[in-house]
Design a protein around this ligand. Structure first.
Ligand code: EPZ
Length: 427
């Protein structure tokens, strides 16, 4: 298994191209199942999860063609065509490896009339149930049953029928299920308490390019007028706001000057406002965001993760890495997932002073971190250790790199290009 070796970095300097968003791309890929015509997606990040989703789509009979981008900044272009759907079965092996595979359920039921998809089960960051996904499908007339760890969902004879879905809490995935179930349903669907994450808007825009009728974009109430068929489209995946936020935090740790090409402040106001308050200069440029920091320790912060536009849970571990060397004591509360502090003991191995009580981590800033071997059990936790490694004295070795490959497109190459001392080693 590969590992990453990092030595304390000089200040980061230069520019980093931001890749397409993983959490948008995976759902846009699933949307290809809604039409027999080709869906061409550009700016697709080069990630293990994208390859896994492409393999899953192939197993349903989708033809997949990939044209690789020629530079670090240019994503791959994929052409998906679900001419006919040969199978609508997603196995336990597939869904267990990547939760986002569950998002094929709604488009399969909407277009093919039925699907059998494994329940994802829990994962390292929490139990992560799918009850709201299933309720959304039922609200549109699907018959849903559970057997042997699988969900079997069937549309009524004439297809799904528009209805009213009111979510009891905000869920990105369930909102996407509601959208992909309703675009081909008969009549109107109203989705209340919808997630407002920019990735949802990206999915809506792609579906609209395919002929769907959706209004209320960016709000908590989405209205979908079902159409008979969707058609092919060409669509560019939005830039990854979690990747750009991660590099912004890297800069806040090491000091220096970075331009993040493609980053948008309005996609992540909660983070950029907080970095601003903690002492990083941030300017919007024509090409993205420029950040500058003189290298003094950041000020401590108090932050609570929340659905968009709140502070994203997917940046909580990275922010915690930054706060380990802040001046003062930071309080970080995680409200989205119940077990998303697995990076805490590993940051502790690097000398961080962090106590966890329930959903609150109290981080007392220390003068320095010291390199050590570490490992992590999920994607964002792994990258927080890479960030800490950039400022830890000596050498940090991050094991279990496959987590990083699931969600960060060519991380070492991007960091090396702006002055980090980071290499990947094959074992
Ligand atoms: C998406 O997961 C992202 N994954 C996650 O990113 C992200 O952390 C999360 O949204 C929150 O922003 C993808 O897009 C592939 P949710 P999702 O449904 O859709 C509960 C990463 O690192 N819930 O918004 O699964 C759930 O347990 C990943 O890239 C129910 O109770 O998240 C959680 O507490 C990790 N019942 C809360 O809602 C349901 O039916 C929000 O989860 C569904 C969710």
């Amino acid at each position: 298994m590969d590992r990453i070796r990092i030595r304390k970095a000089a200040r980061l300097q230069g520019e980093i191209p931001i890749s397409g968003a993983k959490n948008a791309a995976l759902k846009l890929m699933a949307a290809c199942l809604l039409t027999s015509e080709p869906l061409v997606l550009s700016n697709v990040p080069r990630l293990a999860d994208v390859r896994a989703m492409a393999d899953l789509l192939k197993s349903f009979g989708v033809t997949v063609e990939r044209t690789p981008g020629t530079s670090l900044g240019e994503g791959d272009t994929y052409r998906f065509q679900a001419g006919t759907i040969a199978s609508s079965f997603a196995s336990y092996d597939m869904v267990r490896k990547m939760r986002a595979s569950f998002q094929v359920l709604a488009p399969l039921v909407a277009r093919h009339g039925e699907a059998k998809v494994s329940l994802p089960g829990g994962c390292a960051i929490g139990a992560r149930p799918v009850d709201m996904h299933l309720k959304a499908l039922e609200a549109l007339g699907a018959e849903v049953s559970l057997a042997d760890g699988y969900v079997l969902a069937k549309a009524p004879k004439g297809g799904l029928v528009g209805g009213r879905i009111e979510f009891s809490k905000v869920s990105v995935g369930a909102t996407e299920t509601a959208l992909m179930s309703s675009v081909l349903a008969k009549g109107k669907t109203e989705i209340g308490n919808a997630a407002r994450e920019p990735e949802i808007e990206d999915l809506c825009l792609c579906l609209i390019a395919m002929g769907a009728k959706i209004s209320g974009l960016g709000s908590g109430r989405l209205i979908v007028e079902g159409v008979k068929e969707l058609h092919g489209a060409t669509y560019a995946v939005m830039p990854d706001r979690i990747e750009s936020g991660t590099y912004a935090i890297a800069l806040a740790l090491t000091g220096g000057e970075l331009e993040l090409i493609g980053a948008r402040r309005d996609n992540n106001t909660a983070l950029y406002d907080l970095l601003d308050r903690a002492g990083t200069d941030i300017q919007e440029t024509k090409r993205g965001i420029r950040l500058y920091r003189n290298g003094a320790p950041p000020a401590a912060v108090e932050v609570t993760t929340a659905p968009f536009p709140g502070f994203p849970t997917d940046l909580q571990a990275q922010l915690m890495a930054l706060m380990t060397i802040a001046e003062g004591t930071s309080i970080i509360r995680e409200t989205i997932f119940e077990n998303r502090f697995m990076h805490v003991p590993e940051l502790g191995r690097l000398g961080a002073d962090i106590r966890v009580h329930g959903d609150v981590a109290t981080v007392r800033g220390v003068a320095k971190l010291k390199g050590a071997p570490v490992m992590a059990t999920d994607l964002r936790a792994s990258v927080s250790l890479v960030l800490a490694g950039l400022v830890a004295e000596g050498e940090t070795i991050v094991n279990r790199v496959y987590h990083l490959d699931r969600g960060f497109d060519r991380l070492e190459e991007k960091l090396r290009a702006v002055g980090a001392d980071i290499v990947r080693e094959k074992e």
